[in-house]
Every structure is written in C-alpha cells, then in structure tokens.
Design a protein around this ligand. Structure first.
Ligand code: COA
Length: 336
C-alpha cells in the first residue's frame, strides 16, 4: 500500500502540455538504413512512424511541453513550486534537466530534480509529485516525462532503432478536497534483475567514457528484446490486475487503460488480462513509437484534448521499463 485515501487532500491533474518534434521517420526510412520492412515493424510492434529532434536536447522537449501547459492553463511560472523531470536522456549528468527547464520557463521560485526510472519514469514521477501535494507543503507541482531517445539509439541495430522516438509531455498537479477525483492509488516496483536485459553500459561510473567504451559501442541502448518482452507482458498485466482488485474495480468501471507504448502486443496482452475492451485503451504508438518517459503523459494529453478522456473517468496508468521498473496508478480524471 503506497497511498492512503485518508489524506485530507488528493492530488489531481489540473493541466497538461506536450511537445513533439516536427521531423518524422516512417518505417520506409528504416528500410533504407537497416534490413527491415514496414510489414515486420507494424506486425511486431504497432509502430508506423516516430518523431526525431534534430537540433536540441531533452530539456527542449521538456520545456516545449511545459510552455504548452503554462499557456493552456494560464499559469504564472513563478507560482510553480516543484519541477520533476523523468528522463533517461538528461542533457548532461549534471546539472539536472529540471534546472534547465526551470530557467527556460522562468520558474524562479521552484526547486526540482530529475528522476530515472526509464519507461516507468512518468509513473514514479507522478506518485512522487502527488506525495508532495498530499503533504500540504506544495501547491503546484509539475511532472514531465521527456526523452530524446534518438541520442542513445544505434541506427545500425535493427532490433532497437525502429522502436524509439523523441517527445516530452507534462502535467500540473494541485490539491483537491473532492475525494471523487485525483490520484487514488499506486503500486510501483523496482528490481535490478533487469540490468542485463536493458541498459546503456557506457558513460557512468561503471564504465567511464574512454576510446575503448566508444569502440565497444557501449554508449547506446542495449536490449534483449525477447527477454524484456516476457517480463513486460507479465509485469504490466499482473500489476494492472492487482490495482483493479485492490480498488474493487471491475473492467466496466475502468474508462481508460493508459499503458506505456513500447509494443502493441504487450498493450493488447495487458488489456486482455484486465478484461478491458480495445476501445478503452489509449494508443499512439503508431505515431510516436516508444518515447520512454513521455509515452503515458503524451497519451493523456492527446486523449484529453480530443475530448475522449472526460471528467469522472476512472483511469489506470501502467508501465514497464528498464531496471526493471514497473507499476500502475489509479486515478479519476478531474478536468472538465
Ligand atoms: N526487422 C526485421 N526483423 C527483425 C527486426 C526488424 N526491425 N528486429 C529483429 N528482427 C528479427 C530478429 O533478428 C529475429 O530474427 P532471427 O529469428 O533470425 O534471429 C526475428 O526478427 C525475431 O526476433 P524477436 O526478438 O523474437 O522479435 P520479437 O517478435 O520479440 O520483437 C521486439 C522484437 C524488440 C519488438 C520485442 O521483443 C519487444 O517489443 N520487446 C520488448 C520491448 C519493451 O517492452 N521494452 C520495455 C521497455 S522500453
């Protein structure tokens, strides 16, 4: 149990924003650079195209998303208390990407930090941000999921290069006295067992950058796709069913499953285990691929702005990623 409903205030999402770069790489592009084809990519992953940031870094994706949020909610950046940036592709090891984003938008009264939980990064960030709101100490908390995956993708490796894209998306968390809305529960997990299956080995304290680490190609994503797939299907489905049972939710009580967008087959398996109809699942993997920490908030923004996610909708967010990290969050949407 990581959340108790006896808190006097709930944290709820009161604003959203997103940023995707303009440049599109479709499956046909990959046919020219590696031994692959559109049919294989669509059938095995569900991805048609992804966006790539040509100039700039993760802070630019995060800043774009936050500016969109600030404009659409008419929020004064000076009122932001805390900025959490979930990412595995920070601009630099230090300073944090959150520091750069804060100064880019003029959040002069905020503090903040980066959070590393790979594809579960947004869920970990959302629970962290919600706890700061529930504590009563902070009023406006920003949680951003942003990754420039193209900066660590090996575009000669057909196993991984077709999977990833770049994007950023942000939410604003505030308190509410309305017990019917907001973030109601979370089940989150971490286990280093995943380190051999999905990692970037070079550049950290284990393998500091040298000519040798570059020659050995250690500064790119390594993934044992088959092994990760097996863990992901089980991990995401189990935790999604667990959060439903814990909150007495039947499949008809769930308005939307908002899953991490890594592979359409993992998403389908999770929905099936939950007894959820495909029409209740948010999908944009076809347009953006796997944008790591950005996938879930990107889905929230698009489905909300399209009028599909509505006030009162019960939503389950679910993710699985490197670490391994995985989990689910149950919330009831509070925005009109
Ligand atoms: N085009 C054509 N063939 C490809 C290919 C591509 N882009 N990528 C891999 N292949 C080949 C493999 O080389 C393999 O060939 P082989 O049998 O001759 O060795 C074959 O396709 C099957 O490979 P496999 O790894 O079994 O494919 P898959 O169906 O498992 O799909 C992934 C590969 C990466 C799409 C899938 O494993 C996956 O999505 N994994 C999990 C990703 C994930 O959830 N990550 C978690 C968080 S980011």
């Amino acid at each position: 149990m990581q959340k108790n409903n006896e808190n006097t205030v709930n944290a709820t999402i009161t604003g959203v924003g997103m940023y995707v770069p303009e440049k599109v790489l479709d499956n046909k592009y990959f046919e020219k650079i590696v031994d692959t084809n559109d049919e294989w990519i669509m059938a095995r992953t569900g991805i048609k195209e992804r966006r790539i940031l040509e100039n700039g870094a993760t802070s630019d994706l995060a800043t774009g998303a936050l500016k969109d949020l600030l404009e659409s909610t008419k929020t004064n950046p000076e009122d932001i208390d805390l900025i959490i940036v979930s990412t595995v592709t920070p601009d630099m090891f230090f300073p944090s990407t959150a520091a750069l984003v804060a100064s880019n938008v003029g959040a002069t009264n905020a503090w903040g930090f980066d959070l590393s939980a790979a594809c579960s990064g947004f869920l970990f960030g959302l629970q962290t941000g919600a706890s700061f709101i529930e504590s009563g100490r902070y009023k406006k908390v920003i949680v951003i999921g942003a990754d420039k995956m193209s900066s660590i993708v090996d575009y000669t490796d057909r196993n991984t290069c077709i999977l990833f894209g770049d994007a950023g998306a942000a939410v604003l968390l505030e308190s509410t006295d309305d017990k019917n809305i907001g973030i109601k529960d979370s089940i989150l997990h971490i286990d280093g067992i995943g380190k051999d299956y999905l990692n970037m080995k070079g550049g950290g304290s284990l393998n500091p950058t040298t000519h040798q680490t570059i020659d050995d190609n250690l500064h790119i994503i390594y993934q044992d796709g088959k092994a990760v797939f097996k863990y992901a299907v089980k991990g995401m489905a189990d935790v999604s069913v667990e959060i439903m049972e814990k909150n007495d939710l039947k499949s008809e009580d769930v308005s939307w499953l908002v899953p991490h967008q890594a592979n359409l087959r993992i998403i389908d398996a999770t929905a099936e285990r939950m007894g959820i109809n495909k029409s209740q699942v948010t999908i944009n993997i076809d347009k953006y691929g796997n944008t790591t920490a950005a996938t879930i908030p990107l889905c929230l923004v698009e489905y909300y702005r399209d009028g599909k996610i509505k006030k009162g909708d019960n939503i389950i967010l679910s993710a699985f990623g490197a670490g391994f990290t995985w989990g689910s969050i149950f919330l009831t949407w509070g925005m009109d």
